[in-house]
Design a protein around this ligand. Sequence first.
Ligand code: IPE
Ligand code: IPE
Ligand code: MG
Length: 252
Amino acid sequence: MTAGSAPSASSVHQAATDGAGAIPRHVAIIMDGNGRWAEQRGLPRVAGHRAGAEAVRRSLQAAADAGVEVLTLYAFSSENWRRSDDEIADLKGLMRYYLELELERLMDEGVRLRLIGDYQAFGPLMTRQLEAAVERTSANRRLTLVVALSYGSRSELAAVAAKLASRAVTGELDPSRIDEATVEAELDTAGLPDPDLLIRTSGEVRLSNFLLWQCAYSELLFTPVLWPDFDEAAFHSAIEQYSARQRRFGGR
Ligand code: IPE
Ligand code: IPE
Ligand code: MG
């Protein structure tokens, strides 16, 4: 590509978020450390997940107040099915409880819910509840809350490859015309800007199969704070640290 040629779809929204002092349009969070939070208190892991749900509520409020457009939360990974049946049942129960409890607040706050991942894996009851919440909140415009449920970036990308391949086989898609925008349009996150800021709590410094394509140019922030202790102040501090970063996207 020569200098000055047309930017790709992703560099269009990258350019829109460049510049010091900016508020990130899209914040993604790997909410980690619930189990250790509970362990430190001699409590069962489920107590950590319950406290983690309170932290979700605080971050959602802080994001809306800061003017963030999209908040993506990694709630359950495709690898989290390796946990015990008891812990999975606890997590599922909590997610259903909070979804019911919080739906009116999402409406009041103008929050639109969107899902990524294989959420149907949680069964028909939860699937119906989730889809009803997505439908109910679909006209809200203040903030988009993206919840990643049974999400794994590699399986998302493999599914994109399968979809594009089948369209190529039927002749609907010319393989030589596949570009970044073609791939992006088939991702679970199609239509959303890429995360500007990716936060991981609990001191772990890894991505754990989260948004590998979408975070190609995200600013990464790792904090030792355990997720249940992540509060409004921690959220605002993360935004402040982001604002002080200089993003280059390969230029200058
Ligand atoms: C994050 O906390 C919640 C989920 C992955 C569902 P963890 O449960 O992973 O907590 P730690 O890492 O064991 O402390
Ligand atoms: C990542 O946390 C997934 C979520 C936060 C939902 P994990 O605790 O599952 O990640 P690993 O196993 O430490 O990489
Ligand atoms: Mg963990």
